[in-house]
Design a protein. Structure first.
Lengths: 466, 212
């Protein structure tokens, strides 16, 4: 009986998440496009719904809501469904939509998308070989009824999904950790005055005028040639062809020259346009930084830069000294307060609540951060033809990201709450994932610093020299 | 050459509706082989004989300014685009017949182009609502063009065309529905449906100007 109640609660929350994903898709992602294929929207919302349910079950585990066996059942079912979507459905549909865009293969769409899917599966499988993901106990007699043998077992698939997802998480988090103080702090803002902008605009308009005058000359010259007759266009006979090779009309020589000049000017106008946009954006940021909110973010930026430096430092230490934290921050914090500060309190009660809050914050910020990043990414690169493929790619990334954050979140929880994750995924080498995360995080953060440094150096020189 | 007056016509619309292809078709009499994204603004020139065959014949250069980007873009992009909207003689609004959103966005495009003169500070003060009154005193002639008619199924064409008819009425604009098809690579531009009509409309626009 209680199983039914628990199931209904979980299913209701899944429907809610599905609705939220649907709305997000319609309002934010596909704001400027028309949804022609509803399959895409359904897949996106379903991926979102099941990922959020995973987080919800973790929270329920901490709070002790619902029956433990029904939690376990739903957890397994959820993982199976998510894996089904991430490994079978989404890649297949990505292949299908890519193939639909190519006109030649239009007839045998399904055939070619199956072929693409098989290639994907091959590379996906090969991905797991160089990494020590599964514990050395793998391959022995299974216990607890979990099948650890077999190609399509949950662990095999999740281990590979986890590798990709952890790489993505570390890349994003490394770049975010560096970019966040860079954008918040006004120390890095270049000084832009109105006269700079006006000067650039004037140059832009002058360039456009030059392009226009040259194009007018080309148009007039072409029209004159056309009116004089088509003599130059169609060389008739053998001698005509030889003649046209040796003596080309002087008009056409000039035309190619002018056309080259026009191409160069057009390239220049594009550069000027982009620079002007950049200047306007910087000017707005300067004005924003003078407001109250802007100053608040500025201070926040200083804190974040300290945090970022600390994280890079910790990642280096972890790698160099081959150390993986054994205790989670909650238990460690409680230990410190109890042992060193001598404050006595009910450890069990507080550890539950604090870990709930901590895990909740991590989950919410990572979901929000990911959705915002995905939206920005989508706006930047999608066009009306490729929007379906890109949304499916984003759904795939989102699913993999959430699955691997579940793997990593295990580290932040006290041991008594890790059971639900460990029971199903017990054979995985969790330490490997943390090590891998640190490595990629370090690489990503350092290269972002390098990249931002170069971009920053290059920009002010460009608009100072006229 | 004799001093020729400047006629500046803007070509506005969402990304991917076919503005660059349209401009290329009008000016070069050829179909654009490999359209790519327009960054900023690209200009092309068409030589037009106003009132051809009459004693008042005069040759004009019509400049077609094809402004790229999306209508919901960042305000820095909008402020930069505003630089192109100075002293405009005519506006061509292009929308994609297969994409409803592009026709809805035409209202916002026209507001952006028209409001340039009213708000010199460069900040757009519109709340997105469309008000026909704003166009009542607008002297700039408008032309609405719908592209990609051939990509719509035969059965749905009537429904689409009736919807578009209301759109054109709202703007008090002349309307053409064009076929801009990539298959016409090699053939001559004049074979494309609607092309001779286009020449006459060009004359119509220029005629309007002379009444100012």
């Amino acid at each position: 009986m209680s199983f039914l109640i628990d199931s209904s609660i979980v299913v209701t929350s899944q429907v809610l998440f599905f609705g939220f994903g649907w709305l997000f898709f319609m309002r934010q992602l596909f704001k400027d496009y028309e949804v022609r294929q509803y399959v895409v929207q359904v897949i996106f919302s379903v991926t979102f719904a099941f990922s959020c349910t995973m987080f919800e079950l973790i929270i329920f585990e901490i709070l002790g809501v619902l029956n433990s066996s029904s939690r376990y059942f739903h957890w397994k079912m959820n993982l199976c469904v998510i894996l089904l979507i991430l490994v079978f459905m989404v890649p297949f549909y990505i292949g299908y939509f890519i193939v639909s865009n190519i006109r030649l293969l239009h007839r045998q769409r399904v055939l070619f998308s199956c072929g693409l899917w098989l290639t994907f599966m091959y590379f996906f499988w090969k991905l797991g070989d160089p990494f020590p993901i599964l514990s050395p106990k793998h391959g022995y007699i299974p216990n607890n009824g979990i099948e650890s043998k077999g190609i399509l077992s949950i662990e095999q698939l999740i281990s590979r999904v986890g590798v990709i997802g952890v790489t993505l998480m570390a890349l994003l988090s490394g770049f975010g950790a560096v970019n966040c103080p860079y954008t918040y702090m006004s120390y890095f803002l270049r000084n832009v005055t109105d006269t700079d902008i006006l000067a650039l605009e004037r140059r832009l308009l002058q360039t456009m005028d030059m392009i226009i005058s040259k194009k007018k000359r080309i148009a007039t010259a072409r029209r004159n040639m056309f009116q004089r007759g088509d003599v130059n266009n169609k060389p008739s006979g053998f001698w005509g062809m030889i003649k046209s090779v040796t003596t080309s009309a002087p008009g056409s020589e000039n035309l190619t020259l002018i056309q080259q000049e026009v191409d160069a000017l057009e390239e220049l106008s594009r550069q000027l346009f982009l620079e002007t946009v950049d200047l306007y954006a910087t000017k707005e940021r300067i004005e924003y930084s003078k407001t109250f909110k802007g100053r608040y973010f500025n201070v926040l930026g200083y804190f974040f830069s300290v945090y970022c430096v600390w994280k890079i430092f910790m990642a280096t230490i972890n790698i160099v000294f081959d150390r993986v934290g054994k205790t989670d921050p909650v238990t460690r914090g409680i230990e410190i307060t109890v042992n060193y500060l001598g404050i006595q309190f009910d450890v069990k009660f507080w550890s539950q609540h604090i870990s709930f809050i901590l895990v909740g914050i991590i989950i919410v910020t990572s979901i929000r951060g990911l959705l915002i990043t995905l939206t920005k990414f989508f706006y930047a690169i999608s066009s009306s033809k490729s929007s379906n493929v890109i949304v499916l790619l984003l759904a795939q990334i989102m699913g993999m990201y959430f699955v691997s954050s579940v793997l990593l979140i295990r580290m932040s929880m006290p041991p008594e709450y890790r059971t639900i994750i460990t029971e199903v995924l017990g054979e995985l080498q969790f330490n490997f994932y943390h090590r891998w995360f640190d490595v990629i995080f370090l690489v990503s953060a350092l290269s972002s610093i390098l990249f931002l440094y170069l971009a920053h150096k290059q920009a002010p020189e460009k608009h100072m020299t006229p | 050459m004799a001093s020729l007056d400047r006629v500046k016509v803007l070509v506005l619309g969402d990304s991917g509706v076919g503005k660059s292809s349209l401009v290329h078709l009008l000016c070069q009499n050829q179909v654009l082989g490999n359209p790519s994204w327009t960054v900023g603004c690209s200009v092309d020139v068409r030589v037009h004989d106003y009132k051809e065959g009459t004693p008042e014949e005069k040759t004009f250069y019509i400049e077609l300014w094809d402004v790229g980007g999306s209508v919901g873009g960042a305000s820095s992009v909008k402020s930069t685009r505003a630089v192109f909207f100075n002293s405009v003689n005519g506006i061509i609004l292009v929308h994609d017949l297969t994409n409803k959103k592009s026709s809805q966005n035409l209202y916002r495009w026209s507001l952006e182009a028209v409001n340039k003169d009213l708000v010199p500070s460069g900040v757009l003060v519109t709340n997105g609502d469309y008000d026909r009154e704003q166009f009542a005193e607008n002297q700039i002639p408008l032309l609405v063009i719908g592209t990609k008619l051939d990509q719509i199924h035969e059965a749905k064409r009537n429904e689409v065309l009736t919807r578009i008819a209301f759109l054109a009425e709202d703007f008090n604009a002349e309307e053409i529905n064009l076929v801009i098809e990539k298959r016409y690579f090699i053939r001559d531009g004049s074979q494309i449906v609607g092309f001779p009509d286009r020449k006459r409309f060009g004359a119509g626009i220029v005629k309007n100007l002379h009444y100012d």
